[in-house]
Write a new protein. Structure first.
Length: 625
């Protein structure tokens, strides 16, 4: 087997070297479904900034992804289709002016939407977009009053109890709801035909998720907190409005976007319109330009990315190349190093609220991010910089930041420490525990442990390592796996946990490791690979894809290599699958294995099919050859 590994490693090295851009980064597409494409069409049209070339290309991509039954899917094996995404596609195609309601694709989409319950059954963010653009009414009472923005972080309930990635969306949404803002052009499509029953158009029917006992209890507590604030109601309204505006403006990046997130910037633009800004105000035109700059090309179509993944890609690929044998002094690595050093963050962001003793030094996900560092990108960048002697001060700052981010429960979060209050789960939002909070997760904890053990020599019984290891063992699933938050899903979490425990010094004979190894062997496919469906994320239980994917196979093989002194039959079969990846299906190469929001947002990292096989093959060669 080993004689076939090196040629494949060489081939992958050459591919990655060729794809590096002149600035030292790797800018592979960060692809998701049609949601940002649809929202961009609607945004440009409403703002009268119609870029017909871009809109036409986005329309082509959306149309190309429609299924025979009229629906759109968010992953290939999704049964029938996705209601919310189909509504978004339907709306955008009509908004573009390229389609009319009697066109066969539109008729088929409408039939699917009605068969699944219509607009009433759409997800919260889809309803919010439809509300802002004048298609449905705001709920009579929004989940959280705008004045809650004024509650301090020390309050029993505060907006800083939300994760930063939900907070940056909800602040503009709260402002829009407070203003009851809606904008609709005379040429806007009419979506009244997407209601199954006429009475569902009423606010109380449409937003019935806000009528639960749990929500009423939470709303009452928020109101109690707001009523304790000093000031007359009118002045509180004014203060809250000013605070929401300041929150957004203070977090606008140099490209004009809000934290470099497409969806947050989309809602921010409408929030500024609600505040009285004109459509051609510089703050709005610059934000739109920033969103347009996120456009990439996938399979011959234009696609607006949720954000860019340049830092993440560059950190992972530089590290993988070095593990494969590329010298740390090679020009490819040196260019990547210069890029990564330019992206180390020096600003204080929201993270300082829960981590006041720390100083900046982390890395973020995208090339435009300057104040949202996260543990995963920081440890990924530090792996890539380990052998760069001239970067040791940067490396130490990053290490210090990583250590400061450990939660009090011993695990590691993504963006902020100890943002895991239980009241969040009472909000009427699906999977609120993972989208509204930022708890310790197996993938972040395992990957942090792997970095600390293998690159910073922080192993058990060091307190940091010991507490993180204990957290992982406590949170192992009964079948031996771990759930991963930012990848799909149990294979991802198990890979992170096993490599982390091995780096922390745990014996391969430890019961938790043996249990996980047995689980990975049990779910290995006949062709030697592994494949997991996005349904695992939705149902919170392992669901096989019934097709092996390159990336998930690489994760599983790498996990087994980390805890196996000798190559096992399962490892050899997995390596064989990776060596024959040129013969695999399109699903094996391009199935989305990054998760954002269960049942709605999944990502296909175009870099993964190269870098993770390279990493697994290199670790196989390095350990067993």
């Amino acid at each position: 087997m080993t004689q076939h590994v090196q040629p494949e490693i060489d081939c992958l090295i050459q591919r990655l070297k060729t794809d590096q851009t002149t600035n030292g980064a790797w800018e592979y597409p960060f692809e998701m479904g049609i949601t940002p494409d649809a929202y961009m069409i609607i945004l440009l049209t409403i703002l009268n900034m119609k870029d017909e070339a871009l809109i036409s290309s986005l329309v082509e991509r959306i149309a190309s992804k429609q299924e025979a039954n009229g629906a759109w899917k968010i992953f290939e094996d999704e049964k029938e289709g996705n209601l919310s995404v189909t509504i978004e596609a339907y709306y955008a195609l009509l908004y573009s002016g390229h389609y009319e309601k009697n066109d066969p694709p539109i008729r088929k989409a409408r039939q699917f939407i009605l068969s699944k319950g219509g607009i009433k059954k759409a997800k919260l963010f889809t309803k919010a977009m439809l509300t802002i653009t004048g298609q449905i009414k705001w709920p009579l009472v929004f989940p959280i009053p705008l004045e809650s923005i004024l509650l301090p972080p020390t309050s029993p309930i505060s907006m800083y109890d939300f994760s930063v990635y939900s907070r940056v969306h909800f602040v503009p949404l709260l402002l829009l709801a407070h203003k009851k803002f809606r904008i609709r052009l005379s040429s806007s499509p009419n979506l009244q035909d997407l209601y199954v029953k006429k009475e569902e158009r009423e606010e109380e029917q449409l937003w019935e998720e806000f009528r639960t006992d749990e929500y009423r209890s939470l709303f009452s507590k928020v109101q109690e907190g707001v009523s304790s604030l000093i000031g007359l109601p009118h002045s509180l309204h004014s203060l809250a409005t000013a605070s929401a505006k300041r929150y957004m403006t203070d977090r606008i990046e140099s490209d004009g976007t809000l934290y470099n997130y497409f969806s947050a910037t989309f809602f921010m633009i409408f929030a500024f319109l609600a505040l009285g800004y004109s459509k051609d105000d510089p703050i709005i035109t610059k934000a739109v330009a920033g969103l347009k700059a996120m456009t990439t090309s996938t399979n011959g179509y234009s696609h607006v990315q949720f954000t860019t993944a340049s830092v993440w890609n560059t950190a992972l690929i530089s590290y993988a190349l070095q593990e494969a044998g590329v010298s740390s002094q090679d020009s490819v690595i040196q260019k990547a190093t210069a890029y990564l050093l330019s992206q180390q963050q020096e600003k204080y962001g929201d993270w300082v609220i829960h981590n006041p003793q720390a100083i900046p030094g982390g890395w973020g996900f995208s090339n435009g991010s300057t104040m949202t560092p996260d543990v995963d990108d920081t440890t990924a960048s530090l792996r890539a910089l380990t052998h760069q002697l001239h970067a040791q001060n940067n490396w130490q700052r990053g290490l210090n930041f990583t250590l400061s981010m450990q939660n009090k429960d011993g695990g590691f979060p993504a963006f902020e420490r100890n943002v895991d209050k239980s009241w969040i789960t009472y909000l009427p939002i699906e999977n609120a525990d993972f989208i509204l909070s930022d708890p310790s997760t197996a993938d972040l904890t395992g990957r942090a442990l792997e970095f600390l053990g293998n690159f910073a020599n922080i192993k058990n019984p060091n307190h940091v390592s010991k507490q993180a290891s204990k957290w992982l063992i406590r949170h192992q699933e009964s079948n031996g796996s771990w759930f991963g938050r930012w990848g799909v899903c149990y294979i991802y979490g198990t890979w992170a946990a096993l490599t982390g425990l091995a780096a922390a010094g745990y014996s391969s004979e430890h019961y938790a490791i043996q249990k996980a190894v047995n689980w990975l062997k049990k779910i290995q496919n006949e062709d030697g690979g592994w494949g997991e469906s996005c349904y695992s994320d939705i149902h919170r239980t392992y669901i096989p894809l019934n097709t092996s994917t390159i990336t998930q196979t690489a994760w599983a093989v790498d996990a087994l290599i980390a805890v196996s002194d000798q190559p096992t039959p399962a490892i050899e079969r997995g390596i064989s699958f990776l060596l024959n990846q040129s013969e695999t299906s399109n699903r094996a190469k391009n199935y989305p294995v990054g998760q954002g929001l269960a049942g709605y947002i999944y990502w296909n990292y175009h870099s993964y099919k190269y870098l993770f096989p390279l990493l697994a093959l290199s670790h196989y060669r390095n350990k067993y050859n």
